[in-house]
Design a protein around this ligand. Structure first.
Ligand code: AHR
Length: 505
């Protein structure tokens, strides 16, 4: 049997495990809002229509930041449609998802929901069909204390205190020809720079995200980032990245190696941003907002869109995630943590129903999809400083990414409690023995080994009838001897290994 080795040394740090890496995304798309977070009349909904079961699962998931209101949706959105008396709000065509938007849920409802969920809002402005003026109006409504038309309008709508939204996205995927208001890099770069400059005049404390590429396969990838940043570098704090991995072709070896691609994606964007910084003599390093990432059976989208005309809140891309998908999601989280020095925000897309960890039935229950578990446990245990790990691992061959390591890892050390957490994925089809050298952190003992293993039942999913079919399970507690430990990582599995200083419980 092939063995892997991992040495942990607290001297080799990457950076703090920022809570903002555990973000999510609520878009007006399909049943993410309507029938997801918001469903007046649902047995668990409060007087404002916020579903209590979805709120509880959102808290359990450990989400930190939630991006809103899109996505492609935002490029045709008028934020003013979603505020004020609900009966007066217009019904509109949403071109992005061929849907009727009722506007029953809008900015004020989202802010109420975010406060209830205990999450930080991340707002996107429309730079597809709108521009500087509308972005400024939205910021004034949201963040200005009062005494102006728009801030007083917010107060009239019941929010006396400003919302104080800190994170703002300057549009969404404007490099994509599918985007309403699609632009060239120069057109977008100029608009984003001017919008950013003006927004910071209203509120200099905000952080701004310029749109990077919609994915790494875009023909304009990297040149888009370079041009956009040449216009915007001095005005923005983040460049965005989006990626989805599609398991539809059944190539399990490749989908399990998706994190290799995400890793390279991050390195490419960092290199491009640093190139612009060098050229323009900036000392400040730009960070990435990885504000859309997930597994997505994307090849099924067209069928969803073809099936209907203009309707309200249709079921869109409600993928049932398998046990293998959960392992992939766990590995993507490992990758984000490994780049904690340059990735400052990350949002899994999306939160409810739409390629989501939380699924609901309208009028019925809510349940955890398989991918809920690696997210929730990573958000819970990745606390402290991310440590650099250099695993020694056997490799395997993939069609999409060539030869890749079977093992992927990241470690997080909590200096306050002394707890060391190692996240490890075995991408291989056989169990993988892992030898850990923990002598750099003397006196550790094993606390727990939790594993989500897909090897036995790779296509298993959680459904309304069987909501607990794919869940992590507790393995034998790791033992330590002279600072060394050996564990067995099951075939195709995502694992959390926890060690604590001797004497602590
Ligand atoms: O998350 C679904 C969609 O994927 C988003 O609206 C868009 O930004 C991306 O292409």
């Amino acid at each position: 049997m092939r063995t892997a080795q991992l040495t942990i040394d607290p001297a080799f740090t990457i950076g703090p495990a920022d809570r903002r890496l555990f973000g999510s995304f609520v878009e007006h798309m399909g049943r993410c809002v309507y029938g997801g977070v918001y469903e007046p009349g649902h047995p668990t909904a409060d007087g404002r229509g916020l579903r209590g079961d979805v709120l509880a699962l959102t808290r359990e998931l450990g989400v930190s930041v939630v991006r809103y209101p899109g996505g492609n949706f935002v490029s045709g959105y008028r934020w003013e449609d979603g505020v004020g008396p609900v009966g007066d709000r217009p019904r509109r065509l949403d071109l992005a998802w061929k849907t009727i938007e009722t506007n029953a849920f809008g900015l004020d409802e989202f802010m109420t929901w975010a406060a209830e969920a205990g999450v930080e809002p991340m707002m996107a402005v429309n730079l597809g069909t709108r521009g500087v003026r509308e972005a400024l109006d939205l910021l004034e409504y949201a963040n200005h204390p009062g005494g102006t038309q728009l801030s007083d309008l917010r107060r009239k709508h019941g929010a006396e205190e400003p919302y104080g939204v800190r994170l703002w996205c300057l549009g969404n995927e404007l490099d994509g020809p599918w985007q309403v208001g699609h632009k060239t890099a120069d057109e977008y770069g100029r608009l984003a720079a001017e919008t950013a400059r003006a927004m910071k005049m209203i509120d200099p404390s905000i952080s701004l995200v310029a749109c990077g590429s919609s994915n790494r396969r875009m023909p304009t990838f990297a040149s888009w980032e370079a041009t956009v940043l040449e216009h915007t570098y001095e005005h923005v704090d983040y460049i965005s990245a989006h990626t989805y991995y599609d398991p539809s072709d059944g190539d399990r070896a490749s989908i399990l190696a998706s994190a290799v691609d995400m890793d390279n994606f991050i390195r490419d964007v960092v290199a491009t941003a640093d190139h612009v910084a060098a050229k323009q003599r900036h000392r400040r390093k730009l960070r990435i907002s990885f504000d859309e990432w997930n597994v997505w059976y994307e090849s099924r989208l067209q069928a969803d869109l073809d099936r209907r005309g203009w309707v309200e809140a249709p079921a869109l891309i409600e993928d049932d995630f398998t046990a293998v998908d959960a392992v992939v999601v766990g590995d993507l989280l490992i990758t984000l943590l490994r780049h904690a020095d340059r990735v400052g925000v990350a949002c899994q897309a999306q939160l409810a129903n739409v390629i989501a960890p939380i699924r609901t039935r309208t009028g019925g229950p809510a349940w955890r999809q398989s991918i809920f578990h690696p997210f929730a446990l990573t958000a819970r245990y990745a606390r402290g400083t991310v440590l650099r790990t250099e695993p020694v691992s056997p490799t395997y061959e993939t069609k999409k990414y060539g030869e890749v390591p079977v093992l992927d890892t990241v470690a997080v050390h909590d200096e306050e409690t002394g707890v060391l957490t190692v996240f490890a994925v075995n991408r291989g089809e056989t169990d993988l023995p892992l030898d850990l050298d923990l002598r750099g952190l003397p006196g550790l003992r094993g606390l727990a080994h939790t594993s989500l293993a897909a090897g036995d039942d790779p296509t298993a999913t959680n459904t309304e009838a069987e909501p607990e079919r794919v869940t992590p399970r507790e393995m034998n507690t790791p033992t330590t001897d002279g600072g060394r430990s050996s564990v067995l990582l099951p075939a195709v599995s995502w694992n959390v290994l926890r060690f604590a200083p001797t004497g602590d419980v």
